[in-house]
Design a binder for this molecule. Structure first.
Ligand code: ATP
Length: 426
């Protein structure tokens, strides 16, 4: 398993992830995505949206507000229950998660000689004057349930999906992108008839596995954990955590939960709105049950980087490369003129660069340094293909395409590129 340090350092060095507010010493639990990280995040979100929303005609997209009033969180149970047990040192005043302290540390401050207080519940929600920053994105979908019924007139089962930011005042943010204070979630609520929950739970369980493969997370590093009755939310009859083998341990990557009719019932009671579904055939009115698959974007990026990081030797030289899937790689194709001081070669490469932009997701032009160095740079950021324009190109219109994983090169007519890449990206 690759060290987390290697991933953090590559991410920083090559512009995937920077520490938040770094020139001011950073802010714990915040990370900024650099040009390559932003590109990759964009690709992952698009792939997720295609996989879970567009591919299923019964799923509807949504983009709800980050700020939501106290009443929402009262109804959802977050105001009372969304808390971690914290202890505080009487000397240095640092706070720690009581459940994360080693047994031998109980009572004594791990940082100084002080004594720790009894655990107190510390709510994780960020509050502004009259609203809360959402700590999860599910409630936006529940509060819009009636809007979706009234505008889309769906049949059961159907889903409401969104991608968006959530905020948690984590007291001990750590492990790079794993535990942070603001993060993007990709999630949907799938509404079903009660008697059909098991069938649909299995359907999405299967789709989660096919997503894991599609996005390029190593399946052998993912394990299902059947969450026991004691550890499940009281309303959930079944929850599976999809755990990943991170360098710091086996921990949650994704979740799949059957939530019964808890959420809609709570909002119906608290808001007074009628949130029942009306069956067209029988005119029965009832609150549907819900299955919730949830995906953290940051944890996805981390799991993808850990799954794809590789070191080997190519042409007698050591190299680092990322085996990213073409659909999510920040650069899909890099295009090089063999040398940068031959105007004919550069003009030809520029011409091919423009045409490639029409058929590959993201194309980079690079004429800096010798070809070997350029290949290494692209390998390190996971670019699946490099196209080189050389003297032969000027004569017969062929270019070389070099494969990232094998280093093999083939010659193709430039006219074939617009078919060659799209076939391999999807
Ligand atoms: P954990 O047990 O790791 O704190 P959780 O059970 O609180 O996670 P959920 O409330 O189920 O997590 O959140 C849904 C998803 O959001 C998780 O599967 C994870 O991918 C992501 N997530 C949760 N908390 C964080 C965080 N602090 N930083 C980054 N991603 C997070």
């Amino acid at each position: 398993m690759v060290d987390l340090d290697k991933i953090v350092s590559l991410a920083k060095r090559r512009g995937f992830v920077f520490p938040g507010s770094e020139i001011y010493g950073g802010l714990a639990g915040t990370w900024d995505l650099g040009p390559l990280g932003a590109e990759m995040a964009h690709n992952i979100k698009e792939l997720w949206w295609n996989h879970f929303v567009r591919a299923h005609e019964e799923n509807y997209g949504l983009a709800s507000s980050i700020l939501m009033p106290e009443k929402v969180w009262e109804a959802s149970g977050h105001l009372e229950g969304f808390a971690d047990p914290l202890v505080e040192c009487n000397k240095c005043k640092r706070r720690f998660r009581a459940d994360q302290l080693e047994d031998k540390e109980k009572g004594k401050c791990p940082e100084c000689v002080g004594v720790l207080s009894e655990p107190r519940q510390f709510n994780l929600m960020f509050k502004s004057q009259d609203a809360y920053l959402r700590p999860e994105i599910a409630q936006g979908m529940f509060v819009n349930f009636k809007n979706i019924l009234d505008t889309m007139h769906p049949e059961l089962p159907f889903g409401i999906a969104q991608i968006g930011r959530a905020f948690r005042n984590e007291i001990a943010p750590r492990d790079f992108l794993f535990r942070v204070r603001e993060f993007d979630l990709m999630e949907f609520e799938y509404f079903v008839r009660e008697e059909e929950w098991e069938k649909n739970f299995e359907k999405w369980r299967g789709e989660i596995w096919s997503w894991i493969e599609k996005v390029g997370i190593n399946k052998d590093m993912v394990h299902e954990l059947e969450v026991s009755k004691e550890d499940r939310a009281h309303y959930s009859k079944r929850t599976i955590d999809f755990e990943f083998d991170y360098p710091f341990g086996k921990k949650e990557l994704y979740g799949l939960a059957y939530r019964g009719d808890y959420d809609l019932s709570a909002h119906e009671k608290a808001s007074g709105a009628d949130l029942r579904f009306i069956d067209q055939a029988s005119s029965d009115k009832f609150i549907p049950h819900v299955i919730e698959p949830t995906f953290g974007l940051g944890r996805t990026i981390l799991a993808v980087l850990l799954s794809s990081y590789a070191e080997d030797e190519l042409g007698g030289e050591k190299r680092i490369f990322l085996r990213l899937k073409p659909a999510i790689a920040p650069v899909t194709v890099a295009i090089f003129p063999l040398v940068k001081n031959k105007p004919d070669l550069v003009a030809k490469a520029r011409e091919i660069y423009s045409s490639l932009k029409q058929c590959a997701k993201s194309v980079q032009f690079d004429d800096n340094g010798n070809i070997g160095k350029r290949y290494r740079r692209q390998d390190e950021i996971g670019t699946p293909w490099c196209v080189t324009v050389d003297y032969q190109t000027l004569e017969d219109g062929t270019v070389t395409i070099r494969d990232r994983d094998t280093g093999e090169q083939i010659r193709k007519d430039q006219k074939e590129l617009e078919k060659y890449f799209p076939e391999r990206i999807s």
